[in-house]
Structures are given as structure tokens and as C-alpha cells.
Design a protein around this ligand. Structure first.
Ligand code: FES
Length: 215
């Protein structure tokens, strides 16, 4: 298929310098929260996935570790989170909204609408390796539906304390975490909530805080 450029897209062509634009607004301001939030989440999630501990407290299970597989390390000596990471990670990384966010914020390709990207690279869209793999998003969506089932199970389980019905702050944290699956705003909300749900369980499991029992 022929490579298409939007009308009037001289900016962004090989002749323009990086960052060249006719825009007069502070377009770069959009990048800062993405770098902070997405970058921060990436670092935190990576550290947590490799940590391999503090993922369970009472009836609460961190979403980073759900479903929990080979918890006793019979055949998998490393963190159980690494066994399931590819599912949720692949789903988020191939999501159209996140793609737009990290292409702009981390690859600066382009840094914003109507702002020139760098160098003499030719735009190839997502037609070549490795970006052609982004087309796997629909299959990751099916996989995400399976993970969602596990998260619902975990949220339900979080309301039972030693066999008795109860509500802790953690029960609500895990419940709220599974209610957000959508774009833009919800993409951010779900990113923050899944990180917070893991952080909350980690704080409880390490003894840093105590769960507040509501009922
Ligand atoms: S495009 Fe499918 S979850 Fe974002």
C-alpha cells in the first residue's frame, strides 16, 4: 500500500528539523504526564514482577500475580508474576491509545500532532517488524478477557475473611481495579488502579500498613 501523508504535512517530512512546527501552543506539555505516569508505571511494574514476594495478604491477591501459578516453585524457580506478565502487558502495549501515547512520549515519532519528527526516517506505519506485531492486539483482547475473569474471582474472594463475609479497604481496591477497561481516561485510570492495587497488597503483605476493616 502507498505511504500516505496527511494534507499539508510538509512538517514531519525529511526536510524539516526535529520539533519544527507552526503550532504556537505548549504542545510539549502533553508529553510530561505520559513520561511520568507511563514511565513510572513501567519501572514500578517491572520491579514488582521480578520481586516475587509480598503479593498476597489475607484474602487479597495482587493483580500483577493473578492468576497465581506454581506458588511453591515446584517447576518455576522465579517470580510467578513472570509467568503471566505477557498477557496483560501485551494487551496494554498493543492498545491503540497507549501506542499513541508512547510513540509520542518515548519515541518522539512524532512528538505531537503537526510537530516534526526526527531525521530522515521513512514512515512505514506498522507494516514491518517489530511494529507489525501491534496487530496482535485483537488476540490479546481475547486473552485479557480470560485475565478479567481471574480478577473478578480475586475481587469476590477479597470479601471473605477466614470464611466470613467482610469488607476491607483492600476488598474495594481490588473491586474498583476491575471496573475500568476503556480508552484514554479509563486507560489511565486502569493503569493507576492496577498499580495501586498491587502497591496496597504489597504494603499489607510486608507489614508496612494495616488493612482497615469496614464491615
Ligand atoms: S485499543 Fe483495545 S484496549 Fe485500547
Amino acid at each position: 500500500m502507498a505511504e500516505a501523508r496527511p494534507a499539508g504535512a510538509r512538517i514531519g517530512s525529511a526536510q524539516t528539523a526535529f520539533g519544527q512546527t507552526l503550532r504556537r501552543d505548549a504542545w510539549w506539555l502533553e508529553l510530561a504526564p505520559v513520561i511520568l505516569l507511563l514511565g513510572g508505571f513501567g519501572v514500578y511494574a517491572t520491579l514488582r514482577a521480578f520481586e516475587g514476594s509480598y503479593y498476597e495478604w489475607g484474602p487479597y491477591l495482587s493483580p500483577f500475580y493473578s492468576p497465581l501459578i506454581d506458588v511453591h516453585h515446584r517447576w518455576w524457580p522465579w517470580s510467578p508474576a513472570l509467568l503471566i506478565l505477557a498477557g496483560p502487558l501485551g494487551f496494554r502495549i498493543t492498545c491503540y491509545y497507549y501506542r499513541k501515547a508512547y510513540y509520542r512520549a518515548f519515541f518522539l515519532d512524532p512528538p505531537a500532532c503537526a510537530v516534526s519528527e526526527s531525521g530522515k526516517r521513512q514512515y512505514r506505519g506498522e507494516t514491518r517488524f517489530p511494529f507489525i506485531l501491534q496487530n496482535l492486539h485483537r488476540y490479546f483482547l481475547y486473552l485479557a478477557a480470560v485475565f478479567l475473569g481471574f480478577l473478578w474471582h480475586d475481587a469476590f474472594h477479597a470479601f471473605f475473611f477466614e470464611g466470613h463475609l467482610g469488607v476491607g479497604v483492600g476488598s474495594l481496591v481490588l473491586l474498583v481495579n476491575i471496573l475500568n477497561e476503556s480508552h484514554m481516561l479509563y486507560a489511565w485510570i486502569s493503569l493507576i488502579s492496577v498499580g495501586f492495587a498491587d502497591f496496597y497488597v504489597r504494603m499489607l503483605a510486608s507489614g508496612a500498613i494495616r488493612d482497615v476493616r469496614l464491615l
